[in-house]
Design a protein around this ligand. Sequence first.
Ligand code: GRF
Length: 220
Amino acid sequence: MSTRKRIGVLISGRGSNMSSLIEACIIPEYPAEITIVISNDPSAPGLDIAAQSGITTRSIDHKQYPSREAFEADLDAALKEAGVDLICNAGFMRLLTNGFVEGWRDRQLNIHPSLLPAFKGLHTHERAIEAGVRISGCTVHYVRTQMDAGPIIAQAAVPVLPDDSADDLAARVLEAEHKLYPLALEMVASGKATVEGERVVFNEKPKAHGAYIAPWFDVN
Ligand code: GRF
């Protein structure tokens, strides 16, 4: 019997991080499989990409609901119906209420394109360049009610180059995101990474301890 964790991926747009997870799950030894992809935006290009990979997709359009709670009730039901063990937010652009977040506590991951806790929220790359930081990157973390907060599972660092535009930096960080999310999910799905006192601890030595610096040296 398969012991792979069943993953529900939440998207709102192009779904390139979702694609990196789909690719990782093709490997038979990978400890997770994607059972459903759900978008709050019915026109999200990622829905077609998932469907082409043979994955069940749903669109649950938040605009059709009178409240966040009503939207989240259907989202929750769809995830449970699909037998989801873990949720991966991948460019999912809705803030979730405390009720939903607590219902999936320590079972919901998010990827954010900065080295948290720096540059939470939107326009991260513009703000990183504006602040003059020399290194930026991305973070995979457990979801908490506060936006872009929660125990950090893994981070990857990339350089900010002197002539970078926000688009240049976004592209460099995105490449790192596509490597980092599958690694972080592997740590969680295999049970190697768990939350203790709002920090992620490793119960068993993982392949790397959660810090990566492009071009992918494991910092152990
Ligand atoms: C990524 O940069 C992710 O970190 C952020 O939104 C973007 C989504 O891109 N939360 P994609 O839909 O995965 O291509």
